[in-house]
Ligand binder design. Structure first.
Ligand code: UN1
Length: 513
């Protein structure tokens, strides 16, 4: 294949150990799969529509080998003291920090997100490694009061086994770390299936994990599989040795994945599916704060975050100034090559994503939606679209659906109860926000009758969750939680232990009578 590369491509790829054609699976020592050039598929730069490098897809045999390796390695890894397991994660964190610039640039190259966001995503992984190292000394269980004489009771947390992690194209790296690094300190082994649209960072990260695993003698803890087709990906979900599947992606596929797992009862799933994030702007909102937060919330990562602000629920008295303020801010936001510092908005990921953008706008227009900003696809090369603002109604199908594009729907309200009702009237429940200086509205938004989402933000954008807090949402978002808070418990099984340390038992009398 004749690869026309971005000027910086060769340098970035070389510094991360990536070649023109890369193996699509790795498990165990010297475990890279063999390359079949005839089957290799290209990873495309959405800014130029040109290939970056190719991946030889994982076969069914590669998938089996990865799960075999993970299952076998689990037998020894689970017995390594958790703080020792943390040492491996600490080393991976150091290597990620050393390669932060190159990995961040690779994300910009492959996803089209700005270089600042790319480096930010890797920085988040470094923080996540530090968090997981700390967590490795804090896998706490309760002690409980037994009702029996001279008995002790306590909860202990034990590892699950093999954890499968399926990640999406918009965040090719950080969500793996929220799951994998915590899962590993908990004593699990990990098999990662990234989106084939953005597989190069996963290969680069596997190289770093391999280095750390080989230095510390823990080979086989982290494996990678990048199949070219869905049926092989599904083998990861179907294999009963995989105790937990953490899935990031659409609610449609998430529903399919969770059904397969539910069939086996004890197998677990951690779902991070679609979001449709609303932000209420009330009468008391501070305009400047609100405009800056909403602009980044709606346009960061070109509206391709599951936390992106998609619905702005504005009090009627504020609509005019909010829309005018957003239009001014949108006009200032720079769009273009993700490598040019200061450019906030890059391209969408691919042609189908552009078609989704066009469809959502056409659907809104057909229902009477007024496009007050943007609305057009930009001339190529690159999958660039204009940031868009549409006056809309909350119950329109296009508003109820998550479109991964920089489209912001403005929905007006009269009373605050109506705002809460509108806010919660979507099938998804990931991130939410309120722009307000009114303590009563803020507290109502955070109360039981308020936001029904997993993440609630006050005077902030809906994006930019901090790793210290659990990440995930309710309803069709799937209910899973990853990264901080007490998310580690999802990667372990609880065992309630009871010990009789005395010499009495009520059953003895039964035998003596
Ligand atoms: C996602 O879009 O899948 O909260 C994750 C945020 C980021 C993560 C987004 N920290 O916007």
């Amino acid at each position: 294949m004749n690869i026309q590369v971005h000027p910086k491509s060769a340098e970035i790829l070389a510094s991360l150990g990536l070649k023109d054609v890369n193996p699509g699976a790795c498990s165990g020592p010297n475990g890279w799969s063999s390359i079949d050039p005839a089957k290799a598929f290209a990873s495309i730069n959405p800014s130029t529509e040109q290939p970056i490098a190719c991946i030889s897809p994982a076969t069914s045999a590669d998938m089996k080998k990865a799960i075999d390796t993970a299952a076998e390695t689990f037998k020894t890894w689970r017995m390594v003291p958790a703080p020792k397991r943390g040492e491996l994660i600490g080393r991976i964190g150091e290597l990620l920090a050393q390669h932060k610039d190159a990995l961040g640039a690779l994300l910009a190259l492959e996803t089209g997100k700005s270089i600042t966001e790319g480096k930010g995503e890797i920085g988040e992984m470094v923080d996540m490694a530090k968090f997981a190292v700390g967590q490795s000394r804090m896998l706490y269980g309760f002690t409980m009061q037994s009702q029996r004489n001279e008995h002790r009771m306590y909860d202990q947390w034990l590892p699950l086994g093999v954890v499968g992690i399926i990640t999406a194209y918009n965040f090719p790296a950080a969500p793996w770390s929220w799951n994998a690094l915590v899962a590993a300190v908990c004593g699990n082994t990990v098999v990662w299936k990234p989106s084939p649209k953005v597989a190069l960072p996963a290969i680069a990260i596997q190289h770093l994990c391999n280095q750390a695993m080989s230095e510390l003698g823990y080979e086989g803890v982290f494996s990678l599989v990048i199949p070219g087709d869905e049926s092989i990906s599904e083998e990861l979900v179907r294999d009963k040795r995989v105790s937990l599947v953490s899935f990031t992606g659409s609610s449609k596929i998430g529903r399919h994945v969770s059904k397969i797992l539910a069939e086996d009862l004890g197998r677990r799933h951690l779902m991070e599916c679609s979001g449709n994030n609303g932000c209420i702007v009330d009468e008391s909102a501070e305009l400047d704060l609100c405009i800056a937060a909403i602009t980044f919330g709606a346009l960061g990562t070109t509206g391709q975050r599951c936390t992106s602000t998609r619905r702005l629920i504005v009090h009627k008295s504020r609509t005019k100034e909010v829309v005018e303020g957003l239009k001014k801010a949108y006009a200032k936001v720079k769009l273009g090559d993700p490598f040019v510092p200061g450019n906030l908005i890059g391209p969408l990921i691919d042609k189908p994503a552009v078609a989704e953008f066009e469809k959502a706008i056409a659907d809104a227009r057909a229902l009477g939606g007024e496009v007050v900003y943007g609305g057009n696809v930009m001339p190529g090369p690159g999958y660039y679209v204009e940031p868009t603002i549409i006056m809309a109604k909350n119950d329109w199908p296009c508003v109820q659906h998550e479109t991964f594009a920089p489209i912001l729907y403005i929905i007006e309200y009269d009373s605050f109860d109506e705002a809460l009702e509108l806010h919660n009237s979507v099938p998804q429940g990931l991130a939410s926000g309120i722009q307000s200086t009114n303590i009563r509205n803020i507290e109502a938004f955070l109360s039981a009758k308020g936001s029904d989402c997993g993440i609630a933000k006050v005077n902030m954008g809906t994006t930019g969750a901090d790793i210290g807090a659990a990440f995930g949402g309710e309803k069709e978002t799937g209910g899973g939680r990853a990264s901080g808070s007490e998310s580690w418990k999802a990667y372990m099984r609880r065992q309630s232990v009871a010990i009789n340390w005395g010499d009495e038992t009520p059953w003895r009398a039964l035998l003596e009578s």
